[in-house]
Design a protein around this ligand. Sequence first.
Ligand SMILES: NC(=O)c1ccc[n+]([C@@H]2O[C@H](COP(=O)([O-])OP(=O)(O)OC[C@H]3O[C@@H](n4cnc5c(N)ncnc54)[C@H](OP(=O)(O)O)[C@@H]3O)[C@@H](O)[C@H]2O)c1
Length: 214
Amino acid sequence: MSRVRVHNFAVSLDGFATGEGQSREEPFGHAGGRLHEWFFETRTFQAMQGKTGGSTGVEDAIVRTWDMGIGAEIMGRNKFGPQRGPWENHDWNGWWGPNPPFHTPVFVLTHHPRPSVEMEGGTTFHFVDATPEEALRQAREAAGDLDVRIGGGPSTVRQFLAADLVDHMHVAVVPIVLGRGERLWDGLEELEKRFEIESVSTPSGVTHITFTRP
Ligand SMILES: NC(=O)c1ccc[n+]([C@@H]2O[C@H](COP(=O)([O-])OP(=O)(O)OC[C@H]3O[C@@H](n4cnc5c(N)ncnc54)[C@H](OP(=O)(O)O)[C@@H]3O)[C@@H](O)[C@H]2O)c1
């Protein structure tokens, strides 16, 4: 069966994967770009922006696996955009512009479903009100033999970890203290017992930890 994967998921030393005060201008709230500076520098990220250049060292080797063999993504509504409650309009289609970097079906979890949106480049956003199990069933059907990525944010990744649906997860522990925001690890006591764990530190100061189901 296809695997469920999390990639390039950045967490501060105090366990936050996003800050407070998200807006269109600040997708990560008060965290700004601090969780992802290491990622922005990689060639993989630059290519996602349609640019050339960027670093090609260890960090790029780690991050570039994020789209290999992926056939669909599941994300939470707060990764898609800053709206809360009923949609005021359907004009906003995420931070990624007309050609988002996913290039697959993307299932956006929300208690406020709306019609699907087909973007350029193969990304289609489907808005689903579903349990993690049901969302994964739909994503697997769309992905065929390929894997499904859980794209975040933290409360969505946490739900899939709590339901024991994640087979492989790469977390980047960034040496910053955010102090507030949304935590990844809450309620996941003894999570480490379910996975084989490896870690590697990189010159940027980030520690990359992989959790792989045995
Ligand atoms: N650190 C990283 O690497 C990383 C990666 C990705 C994203 N992020 C950041 O993380 C933040 C978003 O994370 P978050 O934890 O605040 O929120 P999130 O996981 O993106 O979305 C949570 C929202 O999704 C909807 N939802 C989630 N599960 C659902 C379910 N089973 N059924 C129906 N609706 C469901 C609910 O929205 P409604 O009730 O409003 O519909 C819920 O409030 C953003 O700032 C984003 O930029 C960080």
